[in-house]
Ligand binder design. Structure first.
Ligand SMILES: [Zn+2]
Length: 399
């Protein structure tokens, strides 16, 4: 382990780190509208002497199916020590519920003063870990390997910034760390993969009292398909032999009158599994159930509904080896600040899914978030500060 000149590990200034995250959480920036927070970060970078030439903003929002106004912010610094490049990343968008929040300290936590908003600790806490790390490196003139600091946009709506970032802009990092989540000492080294599925059933409208037989009910088609999935074990928890996954019909929308045979239904669903082949099988079973159901509902003239079934792989699964350098160094950094380190696999999607699937093995660490996406959201101060300490150790290559 490399030490600073006085023999200790590099330290952070707690008050400043806390002021930074408080300020960052107050800046609005829901997905697709990250302009203000990106500007805020760039201002702070300038203030600590990061040259403009080291900062780039891409146009990833132009590739986004959701649109948006802001690209990813990326800082690339040459190393002052010779070692493989390290990447630190953390998304800068929040869920819409956070807009307007007023962060205040309450005991061991920071919470939103307005009971109607969330806090935005997800993920301004992570974004602040990165910024604080750069602030400390500059202030203490700490030696460091080549660094890429990556603030992706549009994580909450589909991991867009990480999915579409041009890898050439990241400078071939060998060790990658992502901050998002709660416990600073749990390293997430794997996650499931999932499809987002959109299903449209275009039936035929008719008067439900006078000529119901002339219509084709989209509700009847959906009912048969969903019953089929449930009966055959393809809905909810899906277990076939030693393969497991999940599926869910999440949204069913359609209809506006009881006296009309329901002509249109839009269904939004998902399918997840760590196993990409099985995940696809679940998705295909859903497609097959709807295709079959369409043939079973006919009008008096033999007409059937039209089905549109679209599946988008929203995030690919990954599982890192425990010997992966990013994993080993992350665990060493956690232990170096005196916390017990552990690894885990999650059933959710992370920006790390896309980077890992695209060839950059990425470990995800927590940064003190609690009850994300709810009005009870809080930032656990000690956990956030621990994440800042770990971030600085990893960025400086101290572990
Ligand atoms: Zn998040």
């Amino acid at each position: 382990m490399k030490r600073t000149t006085d023999g200790g590990l590099p330290a952070i200034r707690e008050k400043e780190a806390l002021a930074l995250v408080t300020e960052m959480m107050a800046v609005p920036g829901k997905s697709c509208e990250e302009g203000l927070i990106a500007t805020h970060i760039r201002k702070r970078l300038k203030a600590i002497g990061i040259p403009d030439a080291a900062v780039s903003v891409d146009a990833v929002h132009k590739q986004s199916p959701y649109g948006g106004t802001q690209g990813n912010v990326i800082v690339k610094l040459p190393g002052t020590i010779k070692a493989p490049r390290r990447l630190l990343m953390s998304h800068i968008d929040t869920v819409p519920l956070c807009v307007g929040c007023k962060p205040v300290k309450k005991g061991e936590r920071i919470v939103s003063k307005d009971p109607k908003t969330a806090l935005g600790a997800d993920n301004r806490a992570g974004a602040s870990v990165l910024l604080n790390t750069l602030i400390e490196i500059q202030r203490q003139k700490l030696p460091h390997p080549p660094l890429t600091i990556f603030w992706p946009v549009q994580e909450e709506i589909g991991l867009v910034g990480a999915r579409y970032v041009s890898l050439s802009k990241l400078g071939s990092p060998k060790l990658c760390y992502n901050w998002d989540g709660g416990d600073p000492n749990a390293a997430t080294i794997g996650a499931t993969g999932g499809y987002d599925i959109d299903i449209w059933i275009h039936g035929i409208a008719s008067h439900a009292g006078a000529h119901p037989e002339a219509g084709v009910s989209a509700a009847a088609v959906a009912g048969i398909a969903i019953a089929d999935l449930v009966k055959n074990g393809w809905h909810g928890l899906v277990v076939k032999g030693n393969k497991t996954g999940t599926s869910n019909i999440g949204i069913v929308q359609g209809g506006d009158a009881t006296n009309v045979v329901l002509p249109e239904l839009k269904i939004a669903a998902e399918a997840r599994s760590h196993d990409p082949i099985f995940r696809k099988q679940i998705m295909e079973a859903m497609r097959a159930a709807f295709e079959k159901a369409v043939t079973e509902v006919k009008s008096v003239t033999g007409a059937t509904a039209k089905l549109v079934f679209e599946a988008d792989l929203k995030y690919e699964s990954f599982k890192l080896d425990e010997n992966e350098p990013a994993v080993k160094s992350a665990l060493a950094a956690i232990e170096a600040i005196g916390m017990p380190a552990s690894t885990r696999i999650t059933n959710g999607g992370l920006d790390a899914n896309w980077l890992s699937a695209r060839g950059l093995p990425t470990v995800t660490l927590g940064c003190g978030q609690e009850n994300a996406h709810t009005v009870d959201e809080a930032l656990h101060i000690e956990k956030f500060l621990a994440a800042c300490r770990i971030g600085l150790l990893l960025a400086t290559g101290a572990v």
